[in-house]
Design a protein around this ligand. Structure first.
Ligand code: HEM
Length: 92
C-alpha cells in the first residue's frame, strides 16, 4: 500500500499534484489509511490540528513562507522536515 500514490490517483483527483484542501472530494484522501487498520488516532489528530492551526492563526495572522519547505520523501508517505515561516505577533 502506497499512500502517496493513492493520494495522487488521477482516477480520483483532478490535477492530483496540486495542493488543494478545498477540492470537492478532498475527503477521499487516504492519509489516515483505510479499512481494518484505519488510524485509531484520526479523530484526535484532526482535533489537535484544528486547535493548533486555529490558535496559531489567531495569534499570528500575518505570516508568509520564509524559505522553501524542506520535503521528506519515503515510499510510505511524504512529509515536511521543515517549513520556515516569517511572522509577526499581534498585540491583544
Ligand atoms: C496527522 C496525524 C496522523 C496520521 C497522518 C496518521 C496516519 C496513520 C495511518 C496512515 C495509519 C494506517 C497504517 C497502516 O495502513 O497500517 C495509522 C494507523 C494508526 N494510527 Fe495514526 N496517524 C496520525 C495520528 C495518530 C494519533 C494521534 C494516534 C494515537 C493517539 C494514532 C494511532 C494509530 C494507531 C493505533 C494505528 C494502528 C491502527 C491499526 O493498525 O489497527 N495515529 N495512522
Amino acid at each position: 500500500m502506497s499512500y502517496i500514490s493513492a493520494n495522487r490517483d488521477d482516477d480520483v483527483f483532478e490535477d492530483p499534484n496540486r495542493f488543494d484542501i478545498l477540492r470537492d472530494n478532498a475527503d477521499k484522501h487516504l492519509a489516515f489509511g483505510i479499512g481494518a487498520h484505519f488510524c485509531l488516532g484520526a479523530s484526535l489528530a484532526r482535533l489537535q490540528l484544528r486547535c493548533v492551526l486555529g490558535e496559531l492563526y489567531r495569534q499570528l495572522p500575518e505570516n508568509s513562507l520564509a524559505e522553501a519547505p524542506m520535503p521528506m520523501y519515503s515510499v510510505w508517505f511524504n512529509a515536511l522536515k521543515a517549513m520556515p515561516v516569517r511572522t509577526c505577533p499581534v498585540a491583544h
